[in-house]
Design a protein around this ligand. Sequence first.
Ligand SMILES: C[S@@+](CC[C@H](N)C(=O)[O-])C[C@H]1O[C@@H](n2cnc3c(N)ncnc32)[C@H](O)[C@@H]1O
Length: 221
Amino acid sequence: MSGEIHLDNRLKMCASFVRGGSKLADIGTDHAYLPVWLCRRGVCPSAIAADINPEPLSRGRLTIEEAGMSDRVEARLSDGMKSIAADEADDFVLAGMGGELIARIIDDCPYAKAPEKRFIMQPMTRSELLIRFLCENGWSIEKQDCCDAGGKCYTVIAASYTGIREGNDELFFYTGKLLPSENAVHRRFIQGHINRLRKQAIGDPRYESLAQRLEEYCDYR
Ligand SMILES: C[S@@+](CC[C@H](N)C(=O)[O-])C[C@H]1O[C@@H](n2cnc3c(N)ncnc32)[C@H](O)[C@@H]1O
């Protein structure tokens, strides 16, 4: 098989959240490894590899061509989902971007609230802002997990729109559905939040109480 693709643990976890048989849109695809990998394994019948910038998209196009997958994976220039029609994808992966940008891209998409659509998100930063956005705007987190890739800890979140606002507690924006007392990688991810909050607490002591609540959560959940 030509152009074999190897996903790291971060993208493998994103791939594992994609529903079998779903048409995929990988938003901010860059190299297009994920859509090619999923279509080649038969998880997805087709995929759009989308990026806002021509340069990463040309890298993606090369991956698709080298893998011989041009009949099933299309490279497309798109700002978020703006150039993707509602019936072209069921599952949307938004990986490797900041939490705020991911939230904005979903907020800008007119069909994101269709309950059958699933968003698989892997925020590189500010996951708490993304989870706050999801909770306050009626998205339900269906699952969340963490992984180690290259010594760094990442979280992956799958959510769909239900219209029900859940979890308004600030603590939840940091923990999401993670279970740190049962899972060492979940604990490590939350410890990263605690460390950052402690640094912020030097300038603003209010962050210390949140850091303490997160520590208690790690001991009991
Ligand atoms: C760091 S790369 C992530 C690549 C891949 N998704 C991954 O996780 O390995 C982020 C990509 O998102 C793209 N991007 C940034 N803003 C975007 C937007 N509004 N719509 C689509 N793509 C965007 C960038 O051009 C860049 O190629």
